[in-house]
Each structure stands twice: as C-alpha cells, then as structure tokens.
Ligand binder design. Structure first.
Ligand code: GCO
Ligand code: MG
Length: 402
C-alpha cells in the first residue's frame, strides 16, 4: 500500500481553513486539518513545499514512523507551523487507517470510555444583561457547560465579544484590529459577571471564563481568589505560559481550577505545568499539537498527575479537527471537557461530517476513520482571504498580550 497523492486545499467558507488530503493507491483518502489562524499560508507552504513530496510512495499504515520522520527528521523541532503540518499528516493517516480497518477512529484508539462527549459553548454580550440572555439561549439548546465573556464598562472592545449580532470571530480581513485593554477595569468587573450568572442560573451548570493571557501572575491569583464562591469550572489562560514557573504563584493563592495550553504545540510546552500540578486542564488540540499521535502522549502524561483534557475547539480549527478531537475525547480516559464554538454554515457544507450534537454533548459517529471529509468542488468556490487576529494595547498605547 502506497501514498500516491498529497494535496493542500486552502479555502474560506466563512473563514480560512487549510486541509491536507492524502490519497492511497487503493483509492482510499484521508483528510487532516492544518489551520493556524492568521498564519494559514505558512503551514500550507510547509506542507506543499516540504512534507507532501516526501509522502509520495510511503506506506500510509506507518503512522508512528512518519510522525517521527517529520518531527526528528526536520532537525528544527516544535513550533506551531511545524506541528500543525505534522498534525495534518497524522490526522489524515489515522483517517486512512480507520477506513482500511472499517472502524471509527475511537475504536482504533482503544474504544469508547464514555457514552458521549460533554462540550461547552460561548455566551457573550456587550454587557451583563446581554451575556445572561445568550447564556439562557445556550442553556435552552441543552448545553451543560457555558463560557461567559462580556464587554467591560469603559473599555471599547474586549476579547471574546462579537461585533453586532454576528457570531464571535476574532480574525479580521486584511489588517489586524487594534483593541485596548485595562487590567484595572477588567479585574473590577469580571467578578460581577460571574456573580450575576450564578444568581440567575444557580450552580447546576458549568461556568467557564477565558482571561486570554491578559493578567500578570499576581493579578491572576487575585482574580481566582476573588471568584472562588462562584465555583468556576475553569479560568482559562490567566497569564501567558511561556514561563511555566509563573503558575506556582497563582496556585499558592487560589483553588479556582486553571485551564491552559491552546497555543502549545508539544508536551515540552506543558511538562512542568503538568508535573507540578500547576494546572487542572490541558487545552492542546489535535491540530496544533502534532495530531492524534502526539496529543495522546500529552494526555497519557497528564493522566499520571490527574490533569484532564479540555481541548481547544474554536471555529478557526476546521470541522476536520473537530471530528478527530471528538474521537480522541470519546476514548481518552482523563477527559475533562471539549470546546465547541460552532461553524459558519458554509463551513459545515464544505466539510461533510458524521458527528452529532445532542443535549449539550457530541458524538463522533460510527463512520470508519474520523468521519469528516472535504467537498473540493464546493471548497473551490471559497478562495482564501488574508485575515489577521487582533492585537491588544494598554490605554497608553503599550502593546499587550491579546
Ligand atoms: C478559545 C480561544 C480562541 C482563540 C482563537 C485564536 O478559547 O476558544 O481563546 O478564541 O482566541 O482560537 O485563533
Ligand atoms: Mg482560549
């Protein structure tokens, strides 16, 4: 059995996605997601110019060996571009293996550890009243876990809040949006949002929140401590995590659970966070952290320290990544929660998928492989459009963490 074709498809059905499609000599195909929001073409080139030529003629069944070949063989290890490209190859090969075996991916991993996968969605609003309204809508849709984000009085814009009535989409066409940030205003306001959610909905629903890297460790400690009564499921990315030591300080002060890792690419980015039990949930994804092959290693390592998974699942990872993630989630013993932000309607048409949503949970389906494909003819009708993530500045103009 041999790989006879490997092609990269870049399309924009509502937002940009990079997809790798691998074809074998017996006609079986597999697809993988390689989307890196705002830097899509860098991964497309890494795949087209460097990995795809090396795939031709290889045995697609040797997933582990090809992973090691591309990881160790590049000499230049890690990083989001490299690891997203390797992930796309890995995801496509697992898809092919499942199709050959006639089994859904979760069966190849070891079978289901649960009946279904609990997912969380986003409730956002310009003010508390609007956020409570969207929270209520999502609760009515069946969600058992909801993330709350809200505009902050005195700040023009803030992470996680959509403009107008559109669904939240951080990337803007042609040029990065400049947002402003005030830690003082945010820290004064955020506890009021969580208290309002608990006052209205009680404690019988999981409440989450994303700080999106904006605080220093001591500020994050203060936030976690001040909202303990609201019993959040997690606070996400309270401070940037390049310096893993920083989380020790947060841990000394608060028992609010912490989720980190959507920007991580390998186990090395979170080794200390996990080993020292400085976090509770690891958010690495199939796409950005080297595919099923590497994500499984991260999860197994995390399990030893009772850290659970909480995979990133934004609309800027393609439905292919979502499909693979749901198989992983159904299997992984130390599953915590899966993010499901949803997709623009055209994206769901371009990527036919087997997954289903019911009552706040998802299931990857029983189709062999990961159950997500790409309609290439339809994809061709949505050409790439350059887009960037925003940047954040403090009120005096200093560039801050977005
Ligand atoms: C999340 C994330 C996203 C990211 C986005 C960047 O928790 O879902 O923080 O909103 O900002 O995926 O591409
Ligand atoms: Mg996040």
């Amino acid at each position: 059995m041999k790989i006879v074709d490997a092609k990269v498809i870049v399309c924009c059905p509502g937002r940009n996605f990079v997809t790798l499609k691998i074809v074998t000599d017996d006609g079986v195909t597999g697809v993988g997601d390689a989307t890196l929001n705002g830097r899509e073409l860098a991964v497309a080139s890494y795949l087209r110019d460097h990995l795809c030529p090396l795939l031709i003629g290889r045995d697609p069944r040797r997933i582990e060996d090809l992973w090691q070949y591309f990881y160790k063989g590049a000499y230049w290890r890690r990083g989001p571009v490299t690891m997203s490209a390797i992930a796309a190859v890995d995801m496509a090969l697992w898809d092919i293996k499942g199709k050959h075996a006639g089994m859904p991916l979760y069966q190849l991993l070891g079978g289901a550890s649960r009946e279904h996968v609990m997912v969380y969605c986003h409730a956002t609003g310009r003010d508390i009243a609007e956020t409570l309204d969207t929270f209520e809508q999502h609760r009515a849709e069946g969600f058992k876990a909801i993330r709350a984000q809200c505009g902050v009085p005195g700040m023009k814009s803030v992470y996680g809040v959509a403009k107008g009535n559109a669904a939240y989409e951080p990337a803007t066409k042609d040029w990065p949006e400049e947002q402003s940030w005030s830690t003082e205003k945010y820290l004064d306001f955020a506890p009021k949002l969580f208290a309002a959610v608990r006052a209205k909905f009680g404690f019988d629903i999981h409440l989450l929140h994303d700080v999106h890297h904006r605080l220093t460790p001591i500020e994050a400690a203060r936030l976690g401590k001040s909202v303990e009564d609201c019993r959040l499921f997690w606070i996400e990315d309270p401070t940037p995590a390049e310096n893993q030591d920083a989380f020790r300080l947060i841990r000394q002060h608060t028992v609010t659970p912490i989720a980190v890792g959507e920007v991580f690419n390998t186990l090395w980015d979170c080794k200390q966070l996990i080993e020292e039990q400085l976090i509770d949930y690891i958010r690495t994804t199939v796409t950005h952290a080297g595919g099923i092959t590497h994500l499984r290693r991260i999860a197994d390592f995390a399990a030893i320290y009772q850290v659970r998974t909480g995979c990133h699942g934004p609309s800027d990872l393609s439905p292919v990544s979502m499909g693979a993630a749901l198989h992983f989630d159904l299997w992984v013993p130390n599953f915590g929660l899966q993010e499901y932000m949803g997709y623009p309607a055209p994206a769901l048409e371009v990527f036919p998928h087997a997954w289903t949503f019911h009552d706040g949970t998802m299931h990857p389906g029983e189709v062999p492989g990961h159950g997500v494909d790409i309609d290439e003819a339809l994809a061709a009708r949505y050409p790439y459009e350059r887009a960037y993530l925003p940047v954040a500045r403090l009120e005096d103009g200093t560039l801050w963490n977005w």
